[in-house]
Design a protein around this ligand. Structure first.
Ligand SMILES: [Zn+2]
Length: 464
């Protein structure tokens, strides 16, 4: 949860399917866990039926998209990649997709079963009774309740995460994470979650507990403030806990990047390289922080594989996100979405039916947060799709910006091709899969879009 502070990046990475992610964050309080002793299934109310249908729908629709996606695979290499991908490597990329898709199904089904068992065996009230037995006040009890559920979820997801890193990524030659790095990451993540997450959660619980009908407004204010502060300090205080950042060395690359930044009046002072090779051979670049703290970061793996013009094109893409105000747009949309959720939450948080759905006899703010998160999931699903449509269109804009700035469409296209081959990306994802899962357009579409820019668009004025 504290690892992703990039707010505009170059490349789409296959991520954990959305339905597997724990969503206990400032913007979504949903969690999963498991339980052991069987007490027989309990009856459901309307809200429970809605939530259950949404969870199952989410799993099914992603599996359908996966199947369509696998059916799209074909032996023939798409034309723009002839000579870039060799036959073996191309086959390997398809195997990589198959293996990851199957693995996603297994984890998805196990998670689904675990959530349903926990829910229908009365796991939510059982944990509630346990945390209440300590006799603490509502805020501390709430922290314990949500903390316990998160802990169970983390425990459940560890074997999958270990398998993905040390078996799948290893098999395809990507993994460079050592056990030591893995365990340290886990530990640092936990400490950060406690240091940064717990005070915010305590604040939210306290406002809803004591501040009356305007609690959602106060919560909105502290969450927004928190988001901005964390984004601001992430590049200097948080990200260095996980990776080493070094200013880019003097040389051709730095000179070329700075002169490109100057040509578009981009106030670039900091370009860093990051030791991405500590965990994986995959490469990427991203933009992070804002105000005086903004910086562009290139993975060391990226620098090794690309020529100077390609790297400048990549940097120009990142600066495009900034110049076209995508970053500001993202922050504002995040703020609005948070406010909307909190407003709805304020109506639902003490609604008895929501608690009945999870067999809870006692109403509490902390459990209300979790249950509301689950009820909100279907809406979140649609909001997420809209956000991805926005994100994909921003990527096209950033690509265009890069080509207009560097006047070198070939460099951007070559960079995209190399990235695809190196990261074993799926060249022909199914449109429905893209619609559901992709934050970036498929690479062939990006190349097509650059190709279709006429020469005079990028040879004339630069600020169009
Ligand atoms: Zn981008």
């Amino acid at each position: 949860m504290f690892r992703s502070f990039a707010i505009g990046d170059l490349w789409y990475e296959r991520k954990t399917p959305k339905y597997l992610k724990p969503k206990v964050s400032a913007s979504n309080f949903k969690n999963r866990g498991f339980i052991n002793d069987f007490k027989g299934f309990l009856p459901l109310n309307t809200i429970a039926v809605i939530i259950l249908a949404a969870i199952i729908f989410d799993v099914v629709i992603h599996i359908v998209a996966d199947i369509l996606n696998l059916k799209m695979l074909q032996e023939k290499l798409p034309k723009p990649f002839q000579g870039v991908y060799d036959a073996d490597q191309y086959r390997k990329s398809q195997d990589y997709l198959r293996v990851n898709t199957r693995f996603g199904w297994i984890t998805g089904v196990i998670n689904l079963v675990a959530i349903l068992l926990f829910w229908f065996q009365g796991g939510f009230p059982a944990v509630d009774n346990w945390v209440r037995s300590f006799g603490n006040g509502p805020v501390l009890t709430g922290l314990m309740y949500i903390g316990t559920l998160m802990f169970f979820y983390a425990l459940l997801s560890q074997p999958f995460s270990i398998y993905a890193t040390f078996v799948i990524e290893e098999r395809f030659g990507f993994n460079k994470t050592t056990w030591k790095t893995y365990m340290l990451d886990l530990l640092k993540g936990l400490v950060l979650a406690i240091l940064l997450g717990a005070p915010l959660l305590a604040g939210i619980l306290a406002f809803f507990e004591y501040a009356g009908s305007h609690a959602w407004l106060y919560c909105w204010a502290i969450i927004v403030l928190y988001m901005l502060v964390v984004q601001y300090i992430a590049p200097t205080w948080i990200m260095p806990l996980f990776n080493k950042f070094k200013p880019l060395e003097e040389g051709d690359l730095k000179t070329a990047i700075l002169s490109c930044a100057k040509s578009i009046q981009f106030p670039l002072k900091r370009v860093y390289t990051m030791d991405g090779s500590k965990r994986s051979r995959k490469s990427n670049a991203f933009f992070t922080g804002f105000g005086k703290n903004k910086r562009i970061v290139l993975f060391d793996t990226l620098i090794q594989q690309h020529t100077v013009p390609e790297l400048v094109a990549v940097l120009a893409h990142e600066m495009g996100h900034y110049k076209k105000k995508h970053i500001l747009q993202g922050i504002l949309l995040g703020i609005l979405q948070t406010g909307f959720m909190l407003y709805l939450l304020s109506f639902m948080i003490s609604y008895q039916g929501l608690f009945d759905a999870f067999y809870m006899s006692r109403v509490s703010i902390y459990a209300g947060l979790i249950f509301f998160g689950m009820l909100f999931a279907p809406l979140d699903f649609f909001i997420g799709i809209l956000m991805q449509i926005r994100s994909r269109s921003n990527e096209y804009q950033a690509d265009r910006f890069s080509v207009k700035t560097t006047r070198n469409p070939g460099a951007m296209i070559d960079a995209l091709k190399k990235l695809s081959v190196h990261n074993l990306s799926n060249l022909l994802p199914h449109p429905f899969y893209v619609f559901l899962n992709y934050s970036h357009p498929p690479v062939l579409k990006r190349i097509q879009a650059i190709d279709s820019m006429s020469e005079d668009t990028y040879c004339q004025g630069r600020d169009k």
